[in-house]
Design a protein around this ligand. Structure first.
Ligand code: G3H
Ligand code: ZN
Length: 275
């Protein structure tokens, strides 16, 4: 089906799973998992993953073609872009949804740069997410940082962004699903902020925490590290089982299948089957 539109995807589900991919096989697995779940999904390509591939073109093209060939709605999203020209490059290759991440700047600079980028993204007819209160694990802020409700409302009004990533207790790149989220704060933010809220670092949140966050008002659930864990464990098992394997298809296929199954399962948690 045609590349999905983020507002339509969000409107179709109580919350949407947004999964990061680095390799083609993981992007394939995310789409396969979403098709098996019968849910729309967001395929996320981060600035770091783009740097690994040496540019936005090849990885974005693969993701866009996968989205167009999918049997469920798929949005391709540029994730954690701190580099403003990269946002413009992504729009130029056909990505319609971006996260501009200026949360490492002072709040005043974050507001100014985000407003400028939001204007360009909207002029291109695309959708933009921004962040206020850096999610723990990506820089200067401590993991205990929390987004202030009044500041979040002012930030959204002043920048015109379409969604806001907020700090409510999650951290990026956790290997254990042990983060405890501040559901009362999520509910307060959801009631006050006029755009969808985004949970980053969801790999560190157990199923019950994800469900609680969605019930409290989170609408986009970002998961990256956990899929890397699942992929690598399956590949390691396969190489242990068959140490002579050299054809990458032999060990990538079980990894891809494991990721697809986990995406399908997680989408059940995120969407609650849209009950
Ligand atoms: O933007 C991407 C997400 O916040 C992923 O975080 O790797 O900790 O799940 P995670
Ligand atoms: Zn993130």
């Amino acid at each position: 089906m045609p590349l999905a539109d983020m507002p339509e995807l969000l409107a179709a589900h109580r919350a949407v799973g947004a999964f990061n991919f680095i390799t083609l096989e993981v992007a394939e697995a995310i789409v396969a998992g979403a098709e098996a779940a019968g849910s729309g999904v967001i395929l996320q390509l981060s600035q770091n993953a783009i740097a690994f591939h040496g540019g936005v073109g090849p990885a974005a093209s693969a993701a866009l073609r996968l989205a167009e060939n999918a049997r469920v709605p798929v949005v391709v999203h540029l994730d954690h872009a701190t580099d403003e020209p990269l946002v413009d490059e992504a729009l130029a290759v056909g990505i319609r949804s971006v996260m501009f991440d200026a949360a490492h700047l002072t709040d005043a600079e974050n507001l100014e740069r985000t407003a400028a980028v939001a204007a360009r993204v909207h002029a291109a007819g695309a959708w933009i997410e921004a962040e206020l209160g850096e999610i723990g694990g990506k820089g200067a802020h401590a993991p205990g940082v929390r987004t202030d409700v009044a500041e979040a409302v002012r930030f959204v009004e002043a920048t015109g962004v379409d969604a806001l990533a907020v700090a409510v207790g999650s951290e990026h790149a956790m290997r254990e699903r042990s983060a405890r989220l501040d559901e009362a704060l999520i509910a307060e933010l959801a009631a006050a902020v006029p755009v969808p809220l985004v949970l980053h670092g969801s790999s560190g949140v157990a199923d019950a925490g994800i469900d609680g966050a969605v019930r409290a008002g989170m609408r986009k659930i970002n998961i990256g590290t956990h899929l890397n864990t699942v992929l690598t464990a399956a590949v390691r098992d396969e190489l242990d089982r068959d140490p002579d394997a050299i054809d990458p298809r032999r060990w990538l296929a079980p990894g891809r299948a494991a990721v697809a199954a986990e995406v399908q399962r997680l989408l059940g948690v995120v969407t609650g089957r849209d009950a």
